[in-house]
Design a protein around this ligand. Structure first.
Ligand SMILES: [Zn+2]
Length: 421
């Protein structure tokens, strides 16, 4: 009896110890990959400096090191507007900082020259008066300054400012509460008139601005998804883990968007999962897909579901990890599978990995969505409202600002799910 107790205590101790040490080591490994992908070497994993493809090549090596049985690349092309040249912008002689004071709307052309400013009166707004003011010769070729949400909610009154020939303004400056965010989703075209996004700290009474902002439209830019495989004992079905590794690239020659949370955090997790399954042979084949082109409008995942490496019907479940470098104890998820969600809730209820799972409406804002459209059971994990989320799509989404609390509970949650699904 005594010996049995000692034996049990020993087992528990050894079990706990090996679990702890395994995960301590995993977190170091995990953080090292997040740090690498967020470094200056990859310039925000964008296009003009080819950072996305450099990151893709790094991932190929990293998947191989992690013990994948097979690593392949899936090339595809996209059109994208970029700003990796000059982005000089000063207002009444005061220099503005790219990424902090202003960004460019993703489909904006460049801006070169000195322009007058016309401020929209949003408290006593009168569209007719605005257009008659703008028709005056002294306002020809000005930039119209307006709060973004105001012009968005009054879209009908503002759309002529964007249509060539409909109004003589040269462009727009839209203001937005700081921290200012940069997007790429609609960057596969360039509109006629420039749009600069500035923070709401933009001067309220400036007369002119001077800009030397270059854009470069890259047609048929070639990038690739990276697909790693760990063979299971059965090959008729599989699980797929996905994360996008591209991000927003550059805003000028010096500024790049590191994208530590978005989405070096998810990409690093699918590599440590590859390592885990290569050491703990799974029942079914496991695929780990690092997508490019997500920020440009889910281009990599759309390409993948149109050209899957396994028939989509054979996929038991897709786990999409996007922005998990955070610390909200409530985990946000989107899923098209009620069964799957019930099992996740059951596991989480037993193991208390998170305080709870917060299920939102399925939306086309990450790479699980093209799978959902093809009726493949899938889930998105995206940690929202934690300490890192405020840096989403800003220059402050850096390795130093990332938090790593969410990694381990997600890792364990998906691992347990795979064992029980
Ligand atoms: Zn993003």
């Amino acid at each position: 009896m005594k010996r049995l107790v000692v034996f049990l205590v020993l087992c528990t101790f050894v079990g706990k110890f090996s679990e702890v040490s395994l995960h301590a080591q995993d977190l170091t490994y995990y953080k090292q990959i997040v740090k690498e992908l967020s470094s200056a070497k990859y310039q925000g994993r964008g296009y003009a400096k080819d950072g996305v493809n450099k990151a893709g090549k790094y991932l190929q090596k990293e998947f191989t090191k992690a013990g994948a049985d097979e690593v392949t690349c899936q090339p595809f092309k996209l059109d994208i507007n970029t700003y990796a040249g000059n982005v000089d912008f000063s207002v009444d002689g005061q220099k503005q900082t790219p990424g902090v004071d202003f960004v460019m709307r993703e489909y904006s052309p460049g801006v070169h020259g000195t322009y007058k400013l016309y401020y929209v009166d949003t408290t006593n707004f009168d569209a007719e008066k605005m257009y008659s003011d703008l028709a005056k010769p002294e306002n020809k070729d000005c930039f119209v300054v307006c709060d973004f949400w105001f012009s968005y909610t009054h879209n009908n009154d503002f759309k002529n400012l964007q249509i060539p020939g409909a109004c003589t303004n040269a462009g727009m400056i839209q203001t937005w509460e700081p921290i200012i965010k940069f997007y790429k989703a609609y960057g596969e075209r360039v509109v006629d008139k420039p749009i600069i996004w500035a923070t709401s700290n933009f001067p309220k009474d400036a007369k002119t601005f001077t800009a030397n902002i270059d854009n470069k439209f890259m047609k048929d830019f070639e990038c690739f998804n990276v697909i790693a495989k760990v063979e299971g004992r059965k090959h008729d079905s599989c699980f797929v883990f996905t994360a996008h590794y591209d991000h927003l690239g550059n805003l000028g020659k010096k500024v790049y968007y590191a994208g530590a949370n978005d989405n070096a955090s998810g990409t690093a997790a699918i590599i440590t999962l590859t390592s885990y399954y290569s050491k703990n042979r799974p029942e079914y084949d496991m695929y780990f897909v690092a997508f490019a082109g997500e920020e440009a409008g889910l281009r990599g995942s759309e390409w993948y579901v149109a050209h899957p490496n396994v028939p989509l019907e054979q996929i038991k479940f897709v786990f999409n990890l996007d922005m998990i470098g955070d610390n909200n104890p409530m985990q946000y998820v989107e899923t098209n599978s009620d069964n799957g969600f019930a099992l996740f809730e059951k596991i989480n209820g037993e193991k208390h990995y998170f305080k709870g799972l917060n299920r939102g409406e399925l939306a086309g804002n990450s790479d699980h969505y093209p799978f959902a459209e093809h009726k493949v059971p899938c889930i998105l994990f995206e940690n929202e409202e934690g300490d890192t989320f405020k840096y989403y799509h800003t220059v402050f989404d850096t390795y130093e600002n990332a938090v790593f609390d969410t990694y381990e509970p997600i890792f364990k949650l998906v691992r347990d799910f795979v064992e029980r699904y």
